[in-house]
Design a protein around this ligand. Structure first.
Ligand code: SF4
Length: 364
């Protein structure tokens, strides 16, 4: 158990551990608030290894806030393709425009102004203020939360009522003079040592302060959240004419908003994939499917669900009119200009690798 007089020892051990064990990460080599902000948004719900190439490429495309604010939204979403949670990219984009309009292109340095920008929740606000401006805000991220819960031996789910207990605890340990260093060190310890599974307690500098370690409960803290992970089956119509494929834009609100997709949709209960294809194409394009053949089947797991996509190559009675913003005919090469959900990216990959099979007459 940590008592007040131990706090100093705790801080010393944490910083000492960090000085010897921290990873070299690109966003730790800068104090540029824009770069720190982008890294914090990308790292939400996404692993460090996944983020690094996206982070590097981002600044080639959008070297500063002005460049980001002036880019077309589609280019921003394309740069985000594969990272998921596209609302994060949209918030970055919208916030960059507000920063240009209202803050002379500079990221505000006060909690209130930052918190008012899209995508700046309590965590991101504290992180940017601490890492970019060395302001004295402790950061409670998923890693820090787990360490704190184990230090206190709280055998429950991580939720807002637990945060009410953890915030004053974190504040009591916090080192305001070295805000950035303290926060980064704490987060790093959670990521590398006090991991969700198999924490390396024998290497941990906090063993003697840790309730969970002493009680042997570290593996069950925090208790896993009950997630209703459901399975979705959907069909896609790959409609090809004159070496171009028909794609459509998703609505601007809701799941995967503003991304592009092939026509199609969910298979309803009792329907076969082929029946769903006929129904969806009729509903979306107002046309009947003439011929079809199954091309490929891919699965992709999102956070809350797993989708199986049945991709059919098909021909139609009539030609859809791609005369509005939401419908386009594009070549294989032009797919690179349009952001797609990750499941559709796998289908596009299949099309690229199997160009000789994308003919309805060859395989019938
Ligand atoms: Fe986490 Fe183990 Fe360290 Fe406790 S002793 S903080 S459970 S790594």
């Amino acid at each position: 158990m940590l008592v007040k007089k131990d706090n100093r020892l705790f801080q010393q051990r944490l910083l000492h551990w960090y000085s010897r064990n921290q990873r070299k990460l690109p966003w730790r080599e800068t104090k540029d608030p824009y770069k720190i902000w982008v890294s914090e948004i990308m790292l939400q719900q996404t692993t460090v290894q996944t983020v690094i190439p996206y982070y590097r490429k981002w600044f080639q495309l959008f070297p500063d806030i002005k460049a980001l604010s002036q880019a077309p939204l589609q280019k921003v979403l394309k740069a985000w393709e594969g990272l998921g949670y596209y609302q994060r990219a949209k918030n970055l984009y919208r916030a960059s425009q507000i920063i240009m309009e209202k803050h002379k292109g500079l990221i505000p340095e006060t909690y209130k102004s930052l918190r008012n920008l899209p995508g700046f929740g309590p965590y991101t606000t504290a992180a940017v203020l601490s890492f970019a401006f060395s302001k004295p805000y402790p950061v409670l991220d998923v890693n820090v939360r787990r360490v704190l819960m184990r230090l206190k031996g709280l055998q429950q789910e991580a939720n807002p009522s637990v945060d009410k207990i953890l915030k004053p605890f974190l504040l009591s340990l916090f080192l305001p003079r070295k805000s950035s260093l303290f926060n980064q060190a704490f987060m790093e310890l959670g990521a590398l040592v006090c991991r969700p599974q198999n924490p390396s307690c024998l290497l941990c500098p906090f063993q003697e302060f840790c309730q969970a370690y002493q009680e042997g409960t570290q593996e069950i803290i925090p208790r896993p959240k009950k997630i209703n992970f459901h399975k979705i089956e959907a069909v896609l119509g790959i409609i090809k004419q004159n070496n171009r494929f028909l794609i459509q834009k998703r609505p601007s609100k809701g799941l995967m908003a503003d991304l592009w997709e092939f026509p199609g949709g969910k298979i309803k209960r009792g329907e076969t994939p082929a029946q769903a294809l006929y129904r969806e194409i009729k509903e979306e394009l107002g046309l009947k499917v003439k011929e079809k053949k199954i091309l490929t089947q891919v699965t992709h797991s999102y956070t809350q669900f797993r989708v199986t996509l049945h991709a059919f190559l098909c021909t139609l009675h009539g030609t859809p009119k791609a005369n509005n913003q939401a419908l386009r005919w594009v070549t294989l090469r032009e797919f690179k200009n349009f952001p797609f959900p990750s499941g559709s990216v796998k289908v596009i990959e299949f099309l690229r690798n199997n160009q000789n099979r994308i003919s309805i007459n060859q395989a019938g």
